[in-house]
Design a protein around this ligand. Structure first.
Ligand SMILES: [Fe+2]
Length: 478
């Protein structure tokens, strides 16, 4: 990508600020009441050192508040051990996804026996039980105060569930106040564990599946009655992780000959009900899953291989001709009776960070719209530069694109009392190359036309996930 965009999107955030009223061009809907909280990297530079990959770096929260068409903004680093240590020592102290600190031999040996596990929970946010949490793939999750973004505590999967890695995409059962997530326990024989939390507490293991070489899984699927584990052939020998010779993700190897194994698990009993292999592919994100007769239907944002992880190294992104592998929406149909699996491609658009109206259409075969970041066919070098709305049923896509603009994950907020699925707004933080700053974009989710933009007085680094928390009690976002 060009130098300006790279330095704006993968640089450092200079200030933690709070603005009560951002200047707005256009209009934000009066009915929008609540806050959008986003998570992502706060700086890629520590002292003279630079992180290596988009998925490294300390966490920064960004909060947008909405009331009567007024938009407020605040940003703050998550106050974690790893962030404090880095700031105090002026160097990278904790290992991240694709960066290890510059350890001496002795430090490396020490880390085998007493590993430093990062608490930089930078990937997602969710309200789990009463707690607002910053979510990480590493086992330490961080709670924060949604009013002032102060860090308030931690929750350790290792202590509570004996697992070392987890997904940042828990599933929710709001009617029973349950949260589900997947953790992986690395050992000579490793295990996948799905657990549930009741009102954010009392972790209970539902299933414990042994695995020889665990796969890297960023999410998993859930339908009305089943969990779906999709084991892509990006796998690790667990013993290699113990010695920290390479950064975490570089211990994983792409083994396409293994194919992709799909495991269907009964949500209530935890028993495996079905296992089937299919061709190799890779994905970060499951989208939605639902059941129809004997069929289990799983929508996934799929890549033909795992090269997208390589694409996100900063030295690759900094190259003028950098490009990203295209993720595409696939609908997998698993016929549990005939023991068959097949897929169709739902759209030819490049899709990443996909969202849909989870609050109303989770596990519903009627859902129609998926919103995501995408790449414009005529501007393929660089980074995600448009937002796409995929109409699964109509097979037509709509786009928001402006030259020099790089939008982040689109978050859908439905208008209270809506009938139509796409009656609402899309909120996305957009990096504006020409203004050398960012703005929060509001799109009409139905027409996909711009309603307004609120200008942030600084650039926001390219982030990952966020959530809208509605102030109306019956419309809680998660
Ligand atoms: Fe994700």
């Amino acid at each position: 990508m060009n130098r300006t965009v790279f330095e704006l999107g993968f640089g450092k955030t200079e200030d933690e600020i709070q603005v009560d009223r951002l200047p707005i061009q256009g209009k934000f809907p009066d009915w929008l009441l609540g806050s959008l909280i986003r998570n992502g990297p706060g700086t890629f530079h520590i002292g003279d050192e630079t992180y290596r990959h988009w998925f490294d770096a300390p966490a920064m929260l960004h909060k947008f508040t909405f009331e009567d068409g007024v938009v407020g903004y605040a940003n703050k680093f998550l106050d974690t051990q790893s962030y404090r240590a880095s700031m105090q020592q002026g160097q990278i102290v904790y290992p991240e996804f694709a960066t290890n600190p510059q350890w001496s031999f002795l430090e490396r040996v020490k880390n085998v026996y007493a590993p430093k596990i990062t608490d930089s929970a930078k990937v997602n946010v969710a309200k789990i039980g009463p707690n607002y949490m910053a979510l990480a793939e590493t086992p330490i999750q961080v709670t924060f105060d949604p009013d002032n973004l102060d860090t308030t505590g931690t929750f350790s999967y290792e202590e509570n569930l004996n697992g070392q890695m987890t997904t940042v995409h828990p599933h929710f059962d709001p009617t029973r106040n349950l949260t589900y997530n997947l953790v992986t326990r690395f050992h000579q024989t490793s295990h996948y564990r799905i657990y549930q939390l009741k009102n954010g507490q009392n972790p209970k293991m539902i299933t414990n599946i042994p695995v020889n070489k665990p796969a890297y899984m960023h999410s998993f699927g859930m339908s009305e009655n089943y969990f779906i584990l999709t084991e892509f052939p990006l796998v690790v020998n667990s013993l290699a992780l113990m010695f920290w010779l390479k950064p975490y993700i570089e211990n994983y190897q792409w083994k396409p000959s293994k194919g992709t194994r799909v495991t269907v698990i009964d949500r209530r009993s935890g028993e495996i009900v079905f296992r089937i292999k299919t061709d190799p592919f890779f994905a970060f994100h499951h989208v939605n899953a639902f059941e129809k007769g004997d069929e289990l239907i799983v929508d996934i944002d799929a890549y033909t291989d795992a090269s997208i992880i390589q694409n996100f190294y900063l030295d690759k992104l900094a190259m003028p001709n950098s490009g990203l592998a295209f993720g595409k929406l696939r609908r997998y149909r698993i016929d549990m009776k005939a023991k068959r699996i097949s897929y169709e491609t739902l759209s030819e658009a490049c899709v990443e960070l996909p969202v849909f109206d989870v609050s109303r259409y989770q596990n519903s075969g009627d859902y129609r719209f998926i919103y995501a970041v995408s790449i414009n066919e005529n501007q393929r070098s660089g980074f995600y530069n448009q937002i796409v709305k995929v109409d699964i049923q109509g097979k037509a896509d709509a786009y928001w694109y402006q030259p020099g603009c790089y939008p982040g994950e689109p978050v859908f907020v439905g208008r209270p009392g809506r009938q139509a699925e796409d009656d609402g707004v899309i909120l996305s933080v957009v990096l504006d190359e020409n203004a050398q700053s960012s703005f929060l974009l509001a799109l009409d989710a139905g027409s996909f036309l711009e309603l307004g933009r609120a200008k942030i007085p600084q650039p926001v680094l390219f982030g990952y996930h966020g959530a809208f928390f509605d102030n109306r009690p019956s419309e809680t976002g998660a």
